[in-house]
Design a protein around this ligand. Structure first.
Ligand SMILES: [Mg+2]
Length: 214
């Protein structure tokens, strides 16, 4: 059976990693107060090279935007951590015979750098990054590509675990998967259709998936 996972703020704490990086970057460049929050605000949901064309101007930097992007990719990959218990949970799923996949929106270099540095990449049979597969969640085709990379078919069912109400939960539901929403302290309020399961964090979702195979 197939279990697909979102990456940012599901398996890894991107929010915290971004804040750490922005703080260090602002300090290293001697940027004025407010720079850190401008960076976090701009990159809150997602970061692409084009964001650094904008930030370069806003922050008054002379650097080449491509260099800034590379500095960000390396720096954030080193700053992010996976949530406690994630590796053990993925290991348990592997042991129980699940095929594991990543379904994430974003640029290939940054998403893969985070998976490598956190040591998570090796747990996954397939990794679908929107920039690489050419289609973003919640599109059906994104989930289809993720399943294919895992050597699986969506028609055989499975799970989608993520923190995005639209991208992960609605997308996963339309793809025919059971859905586990990682609340991260929020309450489910969006959309008419509730996910199959609401969990506090990803390790709880993994417990639910493991129990469902009994
Ligand atoms: Mg997410």
């Amino acid at each position: 059976m197939l279990a697909l996972f979102d990456l940012d703020n599901t398996l890894i704490d991107r929010r915290e990693g971004l804040m750490d990086w922005a703080r260090g970057f602002a300090r290293s460049r001697g940027l004025p107060a407010g720079a850190e929050s401008a960076i976090c605000e701009r990159l809150r949901e997602r970061a692409y090279p084009a964001d650094f064309v904008h930030l370069r101007v806003v922050l008054g930097l002379n650097d080449d935007p491509g260099d800034l992007w590379r500095e960000y990719v390396e720096g954030v990959a080193l700053s992010v951590r996976c949530f406690p218990g994630v590796r053990e949970g993925l290991e348990a799923l592997q042991g129980a015979g699940w095929s594991l996949g990543i379904a994430t929106n974003g640029a290939g270099d940054i998403q893969r750098a985070k998976l490598t540095v956190t040591g998570l990449a090796s747990f996954f049979n397939g990794i679908a990054v929107s920039e690489e597969v050419g289609v973003r969640k919640p599109a059906y085709e994104h989930f289809e590509a993720a399943a294919e990379l895992c050597g699986a078919r969506l028609g055989a069912g499975g799970w989608m675990v993520g923190d995005g109400p639209e991208t992960d939960m609605e997308g996963g539901r339309v793809a025919g998967l059971r859905t586990a929403w990682v609340a991260n302290g929020r309450r489910w309020a969006e959309g008419p259709r509730e996910p199959d399961v609401v969990v506090r964090g990803v390790t709880e979702a993994i417990e639910v998936i493991l129990a469902a195979t009994d």
